[in-house]
Design a protein around this ligand. Structure first.
Ligand code: AMP
Length: 631
């Protein structure tokens, strides 16, 4: 295998790195720059510009200049619709809620634009290495969902690159940083870039790097801080000149650029000037906007957003069952960590000075290059273990959510559970896959579903259907089901359809916490109902026995009790159901004892599912009956 390059495909800048003789290095662009701005532009003459040349003409050509395309990758149009005003170029709806970028008469998918950036990085590497480069490790935010990861892989493929692995940015950073750590350490990576905030907590023990937890928000980055300042400027211009520039894309682009420049200046200076001559025309002539802003004013503006990042960090620590004092090293990654307020808050939260040895812009790409060298066997001394951020499971009888893979499980991972049918002669089962932390399946995010057909007719609880969840090394999920007796199977790769957006992930986690007690109560009620249904099933089986059927009083009692089941369940009263369950169990036990005494073996009448101690599962469909877990 040839050389493998490591690529950090950033919202703002992208970087390509290669490992040579055990030392990773950044490959310079043909213009001699270490960072390639992730910007593509199309000139009037139809020429395509990539990187710095695209960036420098952005103000005069905002409609035909595409920046921050990473924010659109793997998303649905309906997801980004509320944020459309943040894009200077034309983002339109494609078929099936997809996103398209319209430049003049040309229409591009976000993947195609990303591919142009990746292609330039590939070219830089080939220029430098004087050979073809085909293999790459590409990094993504830890919180990128499956469809965002897939879109990134697709973009690389369009660019002529084979992605050997997609790895999480904080993990890559930690890999690069940790390689020389001598003692066992807990490392937190606080990665605050242009479009995203991403945390990972890792345990580094010499050659093994284990991700303990990850958290983040792919809609919170340096761009949002620029937007806060831009919004303020637009508001001030509106107040001073009674002129609303919020729809004026050309003026907005200049305001955004000036805001970003001021933000950066304020990382080094206590105050700066924002100067926007001829920003717009009014009835009284051209408007020249000038603002003097201090660092304190800017910090006041961004304070809440920075606090948000610390809250996510806190959540990430809790997920790893750690306290700030347990962290040995704090790594700052991403351009936005140059902001003094960010550094101050991180320092205060962890009670220690963040590590300053690494270059926040380059460490992710370097980590990716190191990962590449591990994969092709150049480095055999490190093992990298990543985690899945949310639990994954299936809907079980009564609508309960049964987790198959728990949140923060190290990936790659694979786990199987055996299910069974819930009704006699059930010939198909539907596996409904959810992601989330709530106890009730429907409260979580539906990822996909499929039906396994051809189950041989058998009493309920007898067929054994193994459902397997497999998360591969790139964090992608495949769910399969196999009927263990016929070996008949079905498998689906859970992709693009309906995965969670980052906001949803954040919301889901906090909602799950808030509603835990209510959910558990609901779950208990469902379990109770399931037990009643099981007992009723047993009672009906007993009724088939001639000794019971032949005894008029007993038969009537059984029929009457069975007839009471549905009304009792429908009233949804825990206490009543519990009492009724007690009565049912007493009746069934009594009948069982009676049958035993007469020489009949009541156990023969019991179903396998009844004997097992696993919980039943349900799939709500018109023609599909509930399933049971049987092992
Ligand atoms: P990245 O995605 O890591 O390339 O980070 C890019 C983000 O970092 C952009 O939002 C930049 O505006 C921001 N950034 C870069 N340098 C600075 C700086 N000196 N002060 C504040 N923000 C910065």
């Amino acid at each position: 295998m040839g050389k493998v390059i490591g690529i950090d495909l950033g919202t703002t800048n992208s970087v390509v790195s290669i490992l040579e003789t055990k030392n990773p290095g950044i490959i310079l662009s043909p213009e001699g720059d270490r960072l390639l701005p992730s910007i593509i532009a199309f000139t009037k003459d139809g020429e395509r510009l990539v990187g710095n040349p695209a960036k420098s003409q952005m103000i005069t050509n905002p409609f035909n200049t595409v920046s921050s395309v990473k924010r659109l990758m793997g998303k649905r149009y309906s997801e980004i619709k509320p944020f459309l005003h943040q894009f200077s170029y034309n983002v339109v709806e494609g078929p099936d809620d997809t996103i398209k970028i319209k430049i003049n008469e040309m229409v591009f998918a976000p993947e195609e634009i990303s591919a142009m950036i990746l292609h330039r990085l590939k070219e830089s590497a080939e220029n430098y290495l004087k050979t073809n480069v085909e293999d790459a490790i590409v990094t993504v935010p830890a919180y990128f969902n499956d469809s965002q990861r897939q879109a990134t892989k697709d973009a690389a493929e369009i660019a002529g690159l084979k992605v050997l692995r997609v790895i999480n940015e904080p993990t890559a950073a930690s890999l690069a940083f940790s390689i020389d750590l001598k003692k066992k350490s807990n490392v937190v990576v606080y990665d605050f870039g242009g479009g995203t905030i991403d945390f990972s907590i890792l345990e580094v023990d010499r050659e093994i790097i284990k991700v303990l937890s990850t958290a983040g928000d792919t809609n919170l980055g340096g761009n949002d801080l620029d937007n806060l300042l831009s919004d303020l400027i637009v508001e001030e211009i509106d107040q001073q000149y009674n002129l609303d520039l919020s729809k004026n894309k050309l003026a907005l682009q200049r305001i955004r650029d000036a805001s970003e420049a001021a933000k950066k200046e304020l990382s080094g200076l206590e105050a700066c000037e924002i100067n926007l001559p001829f920003i717009a025309d009014s009835d009284d002539g051209p408007i020249h906007y000038l603002k003097y802003i201090t660092r304190a004013e800017f910090e006041n503006l961004i304070n809440d957003k920075v606090d948000c990042t610390i809250n996510i960090c806190d959540l990430c620590l809790k997920n790893a069952n750690l306290y700030p004092r347990d962290i040995d090293e704090v790594l700052l990654v991403g351009g936005s960590t140059r902001i003094p307020l960010v550094q101050k808050k991180v320092r205060a939260f962890f009670g220690k000075e963040p590590n300053k040895k690494v270059n926040p812009d380059e460490i992710v790409a370097i980590g990716a290059a190191i990962q590449g060298s591990i994969i092709i066997g150049e480095r055999k001394d490190i093992l990298l273990l990543d985690v899945t951020p949310l639990s994954l499971g299936v809907k079980t009888l009564g609508g309960i959510y049964t987790r198959v893979i728990n949140a923060n499980t190290t990936v790659p991972t694979s786990r199987s559970l055996v299910f069974s049918t819930a009704e006699d002669n059930q010939q198909e089962v539907e596996v409904i896959v959810f992601q989330g932390e709530r106890e009730i399946a429907e409260e979580n995010k539906l990822l996909g579903k499929f039906t396994l057909k051809g189950i041989q007719p058998a009493p309920r609880g007898v067929p054994r259907i193994e459902v397997n969840f497999n998360i591969n090394i790139n964090g992608m999920l495949t769910v399969g089901a196999v009927d263990l007796s016929t070996k008949n199977k079905k498998e689906v790769v859970i992709s693009n359809s309906g995965l969670l957006s980052e906001e949803e992930i954040k919301e889901i986690k906090s909602k799950a916490k808030r509603l835990k007690d209510i959910d558990l109560k609901k779950r208990d009620l469902i379990s109770l109902k399931n037990k009643v249904i099981n007992e009723k099933y047993q009672l009906e089986k007993f009724l088939e026995h001639p000794l019971i059927n032949g005894d008029k009083d007993l038969r009537n009692e059984c029929i009457e009790t069975a007839g009471n089941v549905q009304p009792v369940l429908d009233r949804e009263d825990d206490d009543e159901i519990r009492t009724f369950l007690g009565e049912l169990i007493t009746l069934n036990t009594g009948i069982g004892t009676f049958l035993k005494k007469t020489g009949a073996n009541p156990e023969l009448l019991r179903t396998k599912a009844k004997k097992s101690d696993t919980q039943p599962i349900e799939q709500k469909r018109d023609d599909t009956r509930p399933l049971k877990i049987s092992g």
